[in-house]
Design a protein around this ligand. Structure first.
Ligand code: GTP
Ligand code: MG
Ligand code: ZN
Length: 406
């Protein structure tokens, strides 16, 4: 890809502020002291960095800034008229700080090294949203397993779908191992004020398009449901390129009058959160002018199939070799079923709120990440159902992700 001009403005995917590429210094992100976890007051060996910004040793000055003005913050006087192209230095040119050079977002509260894709601007933010215990973490675990390890999007044209190296360990230890190996229920996602800086990052490439990064954020429901916390720490949701919104059927009433607790759902009596308000808030809080596709996704569809046996059809996994046209038809048939299920569970508030969105941007799905109700904290028979549908649908609705490379 050609190098971007230095005066290119992008949005920092972590803090959401505008950044001008030429005003960002380049820092080393994988240097001796940092790897050893030791204090970072001096370089490991060899070459001295130009200076430190926060925890990061600067290895190349911002071309549009003098080092002095960088240290005072990004607003120092800069030579804005400089328009040359700007490559990142090659690691081999960087002596002791040779590893993983990255531009640094210099906004005070951020100071985060940026992925190289900041140059191309191809970073897409896709959070999974829902009330406490809606199934977000379980869903992410399973959908990443299917999209990455099983390459289930390959037949729809995604030539590459891999987890970025830095996310592999987090995914393996906090998600995959627990669910797929130990067959344990995942713990509730804790409040984390740095959630914006800790997405699970995927590298994706659609046929004929340029490569891109997907930032999939797993956010605790408690944080999402608190308006002030959402605004303070979840600013990236307002800038989402797509949202997967999970609806927890356990928070809704069964039409047969039985309680979910009676039907063996753990802690069901505590799960009575209204979901319409969070859904509406997500839509209202989106940055104006954004056309963000939203996959409204009924979670734990195994439970829905039990409560509404006449619509048990969610549980049929489409054949793996399905052709894309058949798959589209299948998705739109299923959509009607999901709407009927939401009516059957009396989720009128949310069904009503969907009017706030352009019909071209909304889709309805049903997934079961586990496909089975856990017994005594253990997942006895893991049988995920239809998890790839919402992810694939929203990815195809982000035009920039799939548009042919120029
Ligand atoms: N029956 C059934 N239960 C599920 C399914 N997926 C998730 N669950 C259960 O739902 C509960 C919550 O799942 P999580 O994935 O932790 O939900 P979460 O939305 O990440 O929750 P927070 O992080 O606390 O907001 C767990 O007890 C899961 O076992 C499913 O497909 N079927
Ligand atoms: Mg969670
Ligand atoms: Zn930033």
């Amino acid at each position: 890809m050609p190098q971007p001009p230095m005066n290119t403005t992008r949005t920092c995917p972590y803090c959401g502020r505008d950044i001008v590429l030429g005003k960002l210094p380049v820092v080393a992100t994988n240097f001796g002291d940092r790897l050893a976890g030791e204090p970072v007051d001096r370089p490991a060996s060899g070459a001295e960095p130009l200076m430190w910004i926060g925890d990061w040793p600067v290895v190349a000055e911002a071309p549009m800034m003098s080092t002095k003005s960088v240290s005072r913050g990004p607003l120092g006087r800069a030579r804005d008229s400089f328009r040359g192209a700007m490559p990142l230095p090659h690691p081999a040119e960087m002596a002791a700080f040779e590893d993983s050079p990255a531009r640094l977002c210099t906004h005070d509260a951020c100071l985060t090294p940026l992925p190289a894709e900041i140059d191309t601007g191809r970073i897409f933010i896709v959070p999974v949203v829902g009330t406490v215990a809606a199934g977000k973490s379980s869903y992410l675990t399973v959908v990443l397993h299917q999209a990455w390890r099983e390459q289930r999007l390959a037949r729809f044209g995604f030539e590459q779908f891999t987890l970025d190296e830095e996310s592999v360990e987090t995914y393996r230890q906090q998600y995959h191992r627990r669910l797929f190996r130990k067959r344990e229920i995942l713990p509730g996602t804790q409040f984390d004020e740095d959630v914006a800086k800790k997405p699970l990052v995927c590298r994706v490439q659609y046929e004929g398009a340029d490569p891109a990064l997907l930032f999939l954020h797993d956010i605790g429901g408690e944080m999402l449901m608190d308006r002030s916390m959402r605004r303070r720490f979840g600013g990236f949701i307002r800038r989402a390129d797509a949202i997967i919104f999970l609806i927890d059927p356990v928070c809704l009433d069964r039409p047969d009058g039985r309680s979910w607790a009676e039907c063996g759902v753990l802690q069901a009596d505590d799960l009575d959160y209204p979901q319409g308000p969070l859904f509406r808030a997500c839509i209202e809080e989106l940055e104006s002018g954004r056309r963000t596709p939203i996959a409204v996704t009924l979670s734990k569809s195994d439970l829905v199939a039990d409560a509404l046996p006449e619509i048990g059809r969610f549980l049929v996994e489409p054949p793996n070799r399905q052709d894309p046209d058949e798959w589209n038809q299948d998705l739109s048939d299923l959509e009607q079923t999901v709407i009927r299920a939401l009516q059957g569970l009396s989720e009128w508030d949310l069904l009503n709120a969907q009017r706030m969105i352009d019909p071209e941007l909304i889709s309805f799905h049903a997934v079961a990440a586990l496909g089975t109700n856990p017994q005594n904290g253990e997942i006895v028979d893991l049988a995920p159902q239809r998890c790839i549908d919402p992810l694939a649908t929203v990815l195809f609705r982000i035009p920039a992700l799939t548009e042919p490379a120029s």
